[in-house]
Structure formats: C-alpha cells, structure tokens
Design a protein around this ligand. Structure first.
Ligand SMILES: [Fe+2]
Ligand SMILES: [Fe+2]
Length: 171
C-alpha cells in the first residue's frame, strides 16, 4: 500500500504541478484526506495488523510532505491571494497551521511507537483523532474558499510563478 501511494504521488502529481499548481494543491488535499483516514485507523488500533506500515507512512507525511505543503500555502499561495482576502480567511488558516505544527509532535511520538510495534502513550489516540478532525475542517475550508478564490483571481503569470516556486521547493 505504501508503494502504491508513493507511486500515486510521484509521477502524475509532478506533471500536474507544472501545469496547474492550484490543482496540485487540491490533489494533495485529497491525498491528505486519505492519510487522515489512516491516522484515525492507527489511533483506534495502534497495535492492529496494518498499524506499523501505516504509522511509518504517516511519519513520512508529517515530517516531509505536510511541511512543504504548508510552505507552499504560506509563502507562495497566500501572499498572492492576500489582496483579495476580504473576509480575513488567510490569517485564520495560518493560525491553524501553527496549531497543527504544535499538535503534530504528540501525534509523531505515538506514531513512532506504533511503527516500532509498541503501544503509544495513553494520550495518543485523543491527540491523533483531534488532529485529524481539525485538519479535516482545515481542508474543507481550503477547498471551499481558498481554492475557488485562487482559481478566480490568479493570473497566468501568477500561476506560473507559483508553480515555479513549488517546483523549486521539491528539486
Ligand atoms: Fe492545504
Ligand atoms: Fe493549509
């Protein structure tokens, strides 16, 4: 399963990034939704049959991919949308990113133990389920408000610059 997800991420999404950076971020949101389902599964059964492999995959996501995604949004996407953010949506999302960074640590501690086949600390399940629920709300807001705004206001030049910055972050 891990290799399937890795394949699904690497090849098609790289092409999409050059072509459509907003679509790339949306595709990452869809992938994040799947990963949150895995996190909820590990939270409920950290010693279950599939938990070790899922925990290792989730650790990679939280350590490598999610920080890049947040950087894409905060450093490349939000600055290009700020002038059009008439409802103060973006600062709220950035505050949620900061909360995510804080809450992720407890989740990572438990995932490391689950990846080693050991029982996480007692607070892990609640921390992981709370993180998953909060991040699901965050994704819903981004998909319902930020992505449509980006599609409406970003010029072809802004999209090209956005794609260039995101590609450089991954090179
Ligand atoms: Fe996002
Ligand atoms: Fe975000």
């Amino acid at each position: 399963m891990a290799s399937d997800l890795a394949r699904a991420r690497v090849a098609p999404l790289q092409a999409l990034l050059l072509d459509d950076p907003v679509g790339f971020l949306s595709a990452e949101h869809a992938r994040q939704t799947v990963l949150l389902g895995h996190l909820e599964r590990v939270a409920r059964a950290p010693l279950g049959r599939a938990a070790r492999g899922l925990a290792a995959m989730l650790l990679d996501w939280l350590a490598a991919e999610l920080p890049l995604h947040i950087e894409d949004e905060e450093r490349s996407l939000h600055p290009r949308l700020a002038a059009h953010d008439t409802t103060g949506l973006l600062p709220g999302l950035q505050a949620q990113h900061r909360e995510d960074r804080r809450d992720i640590r407890a989740v990572q501690d438990g995932l490391r133990r689950a990846a080693d086949g050991e029982a996480p600390d007692p607070g892990f399940a609640a921390a992981a389920l709370a993180f998953a629920a909060g991040h699901r709300r965050h994704l819903a807001l981004e998909e319902s408000a930020v992505m449509p705004l980006a599609r409406r206001v970003l010029t072809p030049e802004a999209l090209a610059a956005l794609a260039d910055e995101m590609a450089r972050r991954r090179s």
